[in-house]
Design a binder for this molecule. Structure first.
Ligand SMILES: [Zn+2]
Length: 360
């Protein structure tokens, strides 16, 4: 097939050849194991299903026969990026070998043509043709190119405008959109968005995030999963420790109350699939699903029990009960479960982008 030539500088001394352009972009995803499937919400399941289904623009017919060429200026490239400066200074770099009358010949593989062209147009000052608004999908494809060639600074102004003008609302649960937006927040150093989105991933993921070909460093993937495991582990240890405390004599409340609470807890855990309790690294368990699971624990009827204390505690998880319903006693199973969950909810925080930056 005849290559397409984009001339960004008619006097340009550099030929960039892009082979196998426009490969499918984030179209498959190896899903995690599903633990406690009955407590995965419809929204969670739907978002995960969509991870497999990229929008049409991402799965255009892909052929490796196509080649795209761009006539570029080495001066602009070297000014914009250390990557090109280093590459063009060395004679043996495989990506930069002179041919076809050009001083430099750069080869690239597998980028999205429009994303690469947009980036090169900005580097060559052809900003009139640059759109002020682009989709998240396109922005993510551009982010991949920028990250590879270390063009963060050169594209910073346009990137800020694109992000500001994004039409897609910020994602509120894990899925393909969140993965793309998370990548954009990482590449363009959006500290707040990165923290907020990582918080969602920490709560909703059920294992290490499979970033596929997206340039999200392993240190970030590991940190996200570490935090997920800590939350899940916090709930699991809370349940273990609750069982231990209910076995103690004298207990917090009278024998009948402790015995009923312990019995109900053990039966509930067995019914819900938490007996035996899962072990680290808790593959398949998300904090949100585990929370949903334990909040569905069935309480015994404490009506006939003469409790040590008669004061009910204030309801701590919002919207769990109607206001007309009585608040659970501090010795009740639900109050104990709420306390375990609240302790972990108080610990949830997203990642600090600055602690992963090494772009000096
Ligand atoms: Zn009691």
């Amino acid at each position: 097939m005849e290559p397409t030539m984009h001339v960004l500088d008619p006097e340009g001394d550099t030929l960039l050849t892009l082979a196998s352009p426009n490969p499918p972009f984030v179209t498959s995803y190896s899903l995690w194991r599903i633990a406690l499937p009955q407590y995965n919400t419809w929204e969670t399941r739907n978002k995960e299903r969509l991870l497999w289904t990229a929008p049409d623009e991402s799965v255009k017919i892909f052929t490796t026969d196509l080649t795209i060429k761009m006539q570029l200026s080495s001066k602009h490239l070297k000014l914009a990026s250390d990557y090109f400066r280093t590459m063009m200074a060395g004679n043996n770099w495989k990506e930069s070998t002179p041919k076809d009358g050009f001083s430099f010949s750069v080869t690239a593989n597998g980028w999205n043509e429009e994303a690469l062209l947009t980036v090169m147009r900005i580097l060559h000052g052809r900003t009139k043709v640059i759109p002020r608004t682009i989709s998240l999908e396109k922005l993510a494809k551009i982010a991949v190119v920028i990250d590879y060639y270390n063009l963060h600074e050169a594209i910073d102004f346009s990137a800020k405008e694109w992000i500001y003008n994004l039409k897609e609302p910020p994602p509120t649960s894990f899925g393909r959109t969140l993965l793309l937006r998370f990548l954009v927040s990482w590449v363009f150093s959006e500290v707040y968005t990165f923290r907020q989105l990582s918080k969602i991933i920490i709560q909703e993921s059920r294992g290490p995030v499979n970033a596929q070909s997206l340039p999200i460093p392993k240190a970030i993937i590991d940190a996200l999963d570490q935090k997920r495991q800590e939350l899940v582990s916090g709930v699991i240890s809370g349940l273990e420790s609750l069982q231990g405390k209910l076995r103690e004599i004298p207990g917090e409340c009278v024998f009948d109350c402790s015995a009923m609470t312990l019995g109900a807890l053990m039966i509930d855990m067995k019914t819900m699939g938490l007996d035996p309790l899962p072990k680290s690294p808790f593959h398949g368990y998300s904090f949100m699903t585990l929370k949903e699971c334990v909040e569905n624990i069935q309480e015994p009827s404490y009506n006939h029990i003469n409790h040590k204390t008669s004061q009910p505690v204030r309801q701590s998880i919002a919207n769990r009960y109607e206001y007309s319903k009585p608040e659970p006693r501090s010795c009740s199973l639900m109050a104990k479960i709420n306390s375990i969950i609240n302790e972990q909810l108080g610990k949830i925080d997203g990642l600090d982008l600055n602690s992963f930056i090494d772009r000096s």
